[in-house]
Design a protein. Structure first.
Length: 287
C-alpha cells in the first residue's frame, strides 16, 4: 500500500503544480500521457540492453521534454490545456502501442534491472523505497512551493494571472515551468509504477491515475480554480484517499462502484470549495 501511496502522491503533486498555476483549466489527462511517455525508455532497456541509468534518465527526460512542449503550446500559442493534453494522450499512447507491437511487455528476470527493481520494491530502514523517494521529493517540493520565490510566483499566477503579469512577473515562463516539473515527477512515477507491476501495457498503463491524483488533491485542500493548496495537504489527501478505498473494501461495496465513490468524493470536495469561496467573497464585501 505504501508503494501505491507513493505513486498516487507523486501524481497528486503534479496536479497541485498545475492547479496551483492555472485556474479553470483542465489537465486531467496529463499524468496518464506522461506516464505513457516514460515507456520508450524502459522498453529500450528491456530490448536494447542499455545501461539502466541511461534508460531511467530517458524515461524521465522524455516526459520532461513533452511537458515543456505542452507548456509552450499552452502559453505561446494559447491552446486550451484540455486540447493539448487530450491530443498528447492520443499521440503518445499510439506511439507507445506501436513501439510495443500493441502488447504487454514484462521485465521478467532480465539482467540489469536489479537497481531499478530495488528502487521500486526494496526497503530502507524498514520503509519501502518508493515511500523513501516520496519523502525526499516531498521535502524538496515543499521548499520549492512554500519557501522559494518561484513558489510565490506560482501561487500568484494561480490566484490571478492578469494581475501577476501586470506586476512584472513573466507568467508564461512560470506556467510553462510547472509543466516541465510535472513532467519530471510523472516520469519518476512511471518508473516506480512499471516496476511495481513488473510489466508495461501501453494501452492501459497508468490508467485512471490522473483521476486518483485529482481526487487526492481535492481531498488535500487544493482548489481546482488554482492558487490554493499545500504539499502537506496533498500527503494528507492521498492518505485519506487510500483510507477511503480501504473503507469501500471493508464495507463490501462492489469494486465496480469504486469510481462512483471517488467521483462523489471529488464532487463533494468541489462543492465545499465553492461554498467556502462564496462565503469568503461575502465577508470581503461586508468588510
Amino acid at each position: 500500500e505504501k508503494k501505491r501511496f507513493a505513486d498516487v502522491t507523486l501524481n497528486s503533486l503534479t496536479q497541485k503544480l498545475l492547479t496551483k498555476d492555472a485556474p479553470a483549466k483542465s489537465h486531467v489527462r496529463l499524468n496518464r500521457l506522461l506516464i505513457e511517455a516514460a515507456y520508450p525508455g524502459l522498453f529500450a532497456k528491456a530490448h536494447q540492453y542499455w545501461p539502466w541509468t541511461l534508460a531511467a534518465l530517458l524515461a524521465i527526460a522524455i516526459p520532461t521534454v513533452l511537458g515543456c512542449a505542452n507548456g509552450w503550446l499552452i502559453t505561446r500559442l494559447k491552446i486550451q490545456p484540455f486540447v493539448v493534453t487530450l491530443c498528447g494522450l492520443l499521440l503518445y499512447r499510439g506511439l507507445a502501442r506501436f513501439i510495443a507491437g500493441d502488447s504487454t511487455k514484462g521485465f521478467g528476470n532480465a539482467e540489469g534491472f536489479e537497481t531499478l527493481r530495488e528502487l521500486s520494491k526494496g526497503k530502507l530502514l524498514g520503509l519501502p523505497m518508493p515511500f523513501v523517494i516520496l519523502i525526499v521529493i516531498t521535502v524538496v517540493m515543499w521548499f520549492v512551493l512554500h519557501r522559494s520565490i518561484y513558489g510565490r510566483y506560482l501561487l500568484a499566477v494561480g490566484r490571478n494571472e492578469e494581475s501577476t503579469r501586470f506586476s512584472g512577473i513573466n507568467t508564461r515562463r512560470v506556467i510553462a515551468s510547472s509543466y516541465v516539473v510535472a513532467g519530471g515527477l510523472t516520469g519518476i512515477a512511471g518508473i516506480l509504477l512499471a516496476f511495481y507491476t513488473n510489466s508495461i501495457s501501453p494501452s492501459n498503463h497508468g490508467s485512471f491515475y490522473e483521476l486518483y491524483g485529482i481526487a487526492a488533491a481535492v481531498l488535500g485542500g487544493c482548489s481546482l480554480r488554482g492558487g490554493e493548496g499545500s504539499v502537506i495537504g496533498i500527503i494528507i489527501g492521498t492518505a485519506l484517499f487510500q483510507v477511503l478505498q480501504n473503507v469501500v473494501n471493508l464495507l463490501s461495496i462492489p469494486s465496480s462502484l469504486n469510481f462512483t465513490v471517488m467521483g462523489a468524493v471529488v464532487l463533494i470536495g468541489v462543492l465545499a470549495d465553492q461554498i467556502i469561496q462564496k462565503r469568503s467573497e461575502k465577508k470581503l464585501v461586508r468588510g
